[in-house]
Design a protein around this ligand. Sequence first.
Ligand code: NAD
Length: 320
Amino acid sequence: MQRETVLIIGANGQIGTALLPQLQAQFGSTNVIAADLRKPLTEPGIFEVLDATKPEALTDVVRKYRVTQIYHLAAILSAKGESDPLWAWNLNMQTLLNVLEVSRLHNIKKVFVPSSIAAFGEHAPKYETPQTSLLDPATVYGISKVAAENWSLYYHKRYGLDIRSLRYPGVISYQSMPGGGTTDYAVAIFHAALQGKPFDCFLSEDTLLPMIYMDDALRATLELMEAPESQISVRTSYNLAGMSFTPAELTAAIQAYFPAFETQYKPDFRQAIADSWPKSIDDSVARQDWGWKPAFDLPKMTTEMITNLTVVYPPLVSAP
Ligand code: NAD
């Protein structure tokens, strides 16, 4: 069996930070190359400073390590992208096209390019949004994800590239802070609660959104990437569901641990983005094709977040 060498682009981000150790465990730490714009404070193995908008720099890394698989996680997310739409579009598209081209030219065996629930817009059904729905996103981020889905399908059909994708819901994790999305509140709220602070939520209390705990998001990613090609029927991007909840429901789940915890609701520009997204997702095609099943619901995710962040923050009440 040929040795696999895996490149993660955007490895310092919310998902990359958590995915890296899992890929190192699967492929061996000398066979996984982490890459991002800047070196992290502690280098978690082999690391390359890489700006993926530069095709030559990306090609150099692929050649240097004889890369066989790419996880392309670099992107500007939904809320951040709205501050400078053309910058977000250029970065998201340039990095994508560079990854697709280097993969085609250097016979990369498998590529992972995540999409998002942000690909959906006003005219997709809001509840149990089906796999095949109209995609008319409200943000430049969503537009770039729809374009990426179609480019992925094109490279698969035209060049036979084995490219796979998931439409991640909002990802909740303790390993690092999220990078500027509309679901970021669902991570920040735990950091406030663990520090004994009230939380200012930028969405209204009844904003129902699809979310997923990081463990489920990573397992879905690795299961999709390991599935035999014959089981992959979707080459744009698979719908993926974990759970759906509102800020009020999440606050109540946290109050089970910290009864005095309070959330104040101060919706800002991100409310309109959230309102344009699905409220729940139908992921039955992923379930049928490669056996996807989430393991975390709201109570289980809340317990895991509080348990893991208690290590980071000192306990609020010291033992007598
Ligand atoms: P993030 O913002 O936390 O991390 C992105 C990383 O990409 C950062 O470390 C950044 O430095 C790096 N990067 C940016 N420009 C780069 C460039 N030119 N070259 C190399 N690296 C560059 O994002 P994330 O939350 O880890 O998301 C990863 C992927 O998953 C993205 O495609 C995102 O759209 C998708 N996604 C994430 C979520 C979520 O809730 N986190 C939800 C849906 C989809």
